[in-house]
Design a protein around this ligand. Structure first.
Ligand code: UDP
Ligand code: MG
Length: 308
């Protein structure tokens, strides 16, 4: 049985040899056959030449090299597409995903035949700026509240999947990819191993606060239409409010007279039209949301098993 190891790399010339050495050690221990698929995501350092050398010395090492930096999501997609193993794992090259865990992950999949995926989950966020941890926690609270897919706090992309789950992921060929959501969206039985956060061995993280923030917005927009509901509900509420105020203003004018002539009628018209406009923008938003989901062309369902 072959395990495909998909590894996106962006400026990781120092990490790759360390990663490879560690993985080979784990492979020997497991007595498995690995198929490495490194994706050079438009690195500007010596990543590609390191990969070329590895490919020459080990025929199980394959690489894809992008023409520019397309981002980790694109790299993952390319790697999964290329992976041919019955089992597929996705790993960071900086050893923040401890290779040792693969042994336990594989064992779990072998023991429990109804399990499709073993994922990993960081239970600590040591070595991370507190403000970032805070926002990460807020993000998970929010997304789990407004989205139908369940995303577990602290999960990594690091996971070992069976072939059917990988095939399902490839069915989601949407352009804006948010892997955490996609892994959750396809369903399948997943169990999480917990481990303490590990700091990267070499190089530097390519994520800063701003890029993470943008990434989280991506996640929210791709897996929830709650932001559109805000426009819809806000519009509806303000329209109802305008309607009530309109009646009140008319009654007040009729009962108490008209101290500033023209004000009541002007006010009611402004409130009414303003509320109505917000409401119709909200309705438009709902339809755009539907169009948005349709353009993704996601499968309507994912089958795990059939009788024949
Ligand atoms: N990566 C990538 N393309 C990018 C950014 C990152 O392929 O544009 C890779 C990177 O080489 C690493 C993994 O994605 O293997 C995770 O990146 P990083 O360690 O910078 O993220 P962090 O662990 O800090 O979330
Ligand atoms: Mg990392």
């Amino acid at each position: 049985m072959v395990i495909s190891v998909v590894v996106p790399c962006f400026n990781e010339e120092e990490s790759i040899p360390l990663f490879y050495r560690e993985m080979e050690r784990v492979r020997m221990k497991m007595g498995e056959k690995f198929e490495y698929i490194f994706i050079n995501d438009g690195s500007s350092d010596g990543t590609l030449s390191v990969l070329r050398k590895l490919h020459v010395t080990d025929s199980n090492v394959h690489y894809l090299s992008f023409s520019r930096n397309f981002g980790k999501e694109a790299a993952l997609y390319a790697g999964l597409e290329r992976a041919s193993g019955e089992y597929v794992t996705v790993m960071d090259v900086d050893l923040q995903d401890p290779p040792e865990l693969l042994i336990e992950m594989k064992q779990k999949l072998e023991e429990q035949s109804d399990l499709d995926c073993v994922g990993t989950r960081r239970v600590t966020r040591d070595g991370e700026p507190p403000i970032r941890s805070f926002f990460a926690r807020m993000f998970y609270k929010l997304i789990n509240h407004i989205s139908q897919v369940e995303m577990v706090d602290g999960t990594r992309d690091f996971r070992l999947m069976r072939r059917p789950m990988v095939d399902a992921i490839m069915e989601l060929s949407e352009y804006n990819r948010f892997s955490k959501g996609i892994f959750a969206w396809v369903g399948f039985e997943t169990e999480y191993l917990e481990y303490k956060n590990v700091e990267r061995v070499a190089g530097e993280t390519s994520w800063n606060f701003w890029s993470l923030f943008k990434y989280s917005i991506e996640g929210i927009i791709n897996f929830s239409d709650a932001p559109l509901n805000i426009a819809f509900i806000g519009g509806l509420l303000s329209w109802i409010l305008a309607f009530i105020m309109m009646i009140l203003i008319v009654i007040r004018t009729l009962v108490f007279g008209d101290p500033t002539s023209g004000w009541p009628s002007l006010m009611t018209v402004i409130l009414f039209l303003g509320g109505f406009q917000l409401l119709t923008i909200g309705i438009l938003g709902k339809y755009i949301g539907k169009i948005f989901m349709e353009t993704k062309k996601r499968p309507i369902y994912v089958i795990k098993e059939k009788s024949e």
